[in-house]
Design a binder for this molecule. Structure first.
Ligand code: HEC
Ligand code: HEC
Ligand code: HEC
Ligand code: HEC
Ligand code: HEC
Length: 405
């Protein structure tokens, strides 16, 4: 790639007289043409295209494919997401054989009839989002039903690209539902209820309620340096890692959770007052209803010895205000997982943009307090009920904020 990029610039220069200005991010000018040398090379190498195999896009869109391989969208099928697989099996046993077909609408949208086919196993792949003509955004339909699938082999993205630019697939005008950064996402991330009509996922309504206009992609597909692949001459692109809590959990690198909630604190007499501010335009946590976050408060004396904690064994009994989660009960009033619930009895999550204070009375000798957020991909109650013991049961533990008296 390093070898033929200057050559490509030259070629581009021959094709369009204005191309010398294309690196200065023009707003109204058409996008620069493709790096024709790499396209020719890929052809010479005999690349063949399979819309449901991201590795066949790799030769020309290398950066995007590498990022995508690290994303949860790539792991949306039950063969690669054990937590989802456990819930899917449990629900199929309890609720019937129609369940896998329901899940397929969002977890294996490229093949909703044969749940084990190659296309199904690929998860939420390139073609799911790019082989589209539009998205029904009326809220009535979800998942694949909301996606208006376009003709095979025509891939549309965020740019107007003349047909024939790519020799292996058709190109076309940019896709508005993808460019606005939210419409496409909300087709699957919007809103879900269980069979009894009890709300389970509410990322869409939370986003609307926050009145925040930042798009989903502005945070979950941040702009990164470097071209999306050797065939384009643009110098930045939006990351296809789809950064989120799982990625931070799995890869252990700094991620969205570090910035998710601003935590500050102060003392009022013996009372520690923690202030939490949700920086996102949706709930904290959002999405899958069995997520949970916990604010742990530790009291230390002047020598650093621990004098006490707000929670030791059962946070829901000791300090329920410090537990950010939803709670559900079944028809008999017993605690239940969301899919089997008759009623939601608790929603102590932070709303989009919400700022909230939390108090805890510390022991008298306390010199300073440590405020530490823990994020659970699956809350202990849900893991126990599902008999799930995978790595997701371990929380992501964020760096503590220290408050001196
Ligand atoms: C309308 C789209 C949609 C349908 C239908 C759907 N899901 Fe999901 N599911 C999602 C989205 C979006 C997420 C990611 C949300 C998040 O990360 O919090 C998700 C996440 C999950 C998770 C969490 C997985 C993890 O690794 O944390 C489980 C479990 C799950 N779904 C189970 C199911 C089951 C079982 C079905 C079928 C009965 C189903 N879903 C149907 C959209 C859907
Ligand atoms: C969940 C939806 C989704 C999936 C899956 C997805 N993309 Fe994208 N892609 C987008 C969005 C949204 C943008 C536009 C972001 C922007 O610039 O606003 C985009 C942009 C692009 C671009 C333009 C990059 C540039 O140079 O600006 C390319 C090329 C691309 N995607 C290829 C792929 C390939 C190849 C895959 C599979 C490996 C893939 N995408 C998977 C949603 C998706
Ligand atoms: C032989 C090279 C080649 C292969 C292989 C290839 N593409 Fe492309 N693709 C291109 C070229 C060239 C463009 C135009 C890029 C430009 O002008 O920036 C393009 C553009 C795109 C765009 C529009 C991006 C935008 O900026 O709007 C999408 C989406 C896309 N390709 C998806 C795919 C997917 C999905 C695959 C694999 C299934 C794939 N491509 C395989 C060459 C290729
Ligand atoms: C076809 C349905 C579908 C579409 C469209 C879709 N997603 Fe997803 N997304 C999912 C599913 C399903 C999961 C969860 C997979 C699992 O846990 O098994 C998910 C997971 C995620 C996650 C969680 C990642 C993590 O590490 O925790 C983020 C963030 C995300 N999607 C963002 C987006 C954005 C941004 C868009 C729009 C550009 C989008 N999604 C479009 C279905 C979709
Ligand atoms: C200002 C940045 C920002 C914007 C805009 C944003 N998010 Fe998030 N998102 C976050 C942060 C931070 C987290 C991690 C904390 C959490 O789960 O609330 C997150 C988490 C998520 C998750 C993962 C939930 C889980 O537990 O696995 C999904 C799915 C998601 N967002 C979808 C969306 C969608 C859909 C939109 C657009 C409607 C959106 N986000 C807009 C910052 C943002």
């Amino acid at each position: 790639m390093r070898l033929h990029l200057p050559l490509a610039l030259l070629v581009a220069g021959c094709q369009t007289p204005t191309s010398s200005t294309t690196t200065a991010s023009p707003t109204n000018k058409p996008p620069p043409p493709a790096n024709v040398n790499d396209v020719a090379l890929a052809l010479a190498e005999g690349v063949t295209l399979d819309p449901d195999d991201p590795s066949t896009c790799q030769r020309c869109h290398a950066a995007v494919v590498a990022e995508f391989e690290e994303s949860l969208h790539r792991r949306a099928h039950h063969s690669s997401d054990p937590l989802y697989a456990t819930m899917r099996t449990m629900r199929t046993v309890k609720q019937g054989d129609h369940i896998p077909g329901q899940c397929a609408n969002c977890h294996n949208p490229r093949d909703t009839t044969d749940h084990e086919s190659k296309a199904a196993r690929a998860g939420v792949t390139c073609a799911t989002c790019h082989q589209l003509e539009g998205v029904h955004a009326d809220g009535g339909v979800k998942g694949v039903a909301a996606l208006q699938v376009g003709p095979g082999g025509l891939f549309r993205g965020p740019h107007d690209i003349g047909n024939g630019t790519s020799p292996l697939h058709a190109n076309g005008p940019k896709l508005p539902a993808l460019v606005d950064g939210s419409t496409l996402c909300l087709a699957c991330h919007g809103e879900e209820a269980n069979a009894a009509g009890v709300a389970t996922c509410t990322t869409g309504p939370e986003y609307v309620a926050s009145k925040d206009t930042r798009s989903c992609t502005s945070c979950h597909m941040p702009e990164v340096n470097g071209p999306s692949g050797p065939v384009t001459l643009r110098t930045t692109h939006r990351s296809h890692r789809f950064v989120g809590p799982h990625q931070q959990h799995r890869l252990g690198d700094g991620g969205v959770l570090d910035e998710a909630v601003k935590v500050t604190g102060r003392f009022e007499g013996d009372t520690v007052v923690a202030t939490l501010e949700n920086t996102s335009p949706h709930g904290f946590p959002t999405g899958f209803p069995a997520r949970m976050a916990l604010l742990e408060v530790r009291a230390l004396d002047a020598s650093g010895k621990e004098l006490g904690k707000n929670v030791t064994a059962d946070p829901m009994k000791e300090h329920p205000e410090a537990v950010f989660n939803r709670g559900y009960v079944d028809a008999e009033g017993k605690p239940s997982l969301a899919p089997f619930a008759a009623k939601q009895v608790r929603d102590n999550r932070l709303g989009g943009g919400e700022k909230r204070e939390l108090k805890w009375k510390a022991p008298a000798q306390t010199a300073r307090a440590e405020l530490r957020l823990k994020f659970f991909l699956v809350a202990p109650f849900a893991a126990k009920t599902m008999e799930y013991t995978g790595p997701e049961t371990k929380p992501v533990v964020l760096a503590p904020v220290v408050v001196s008296r």
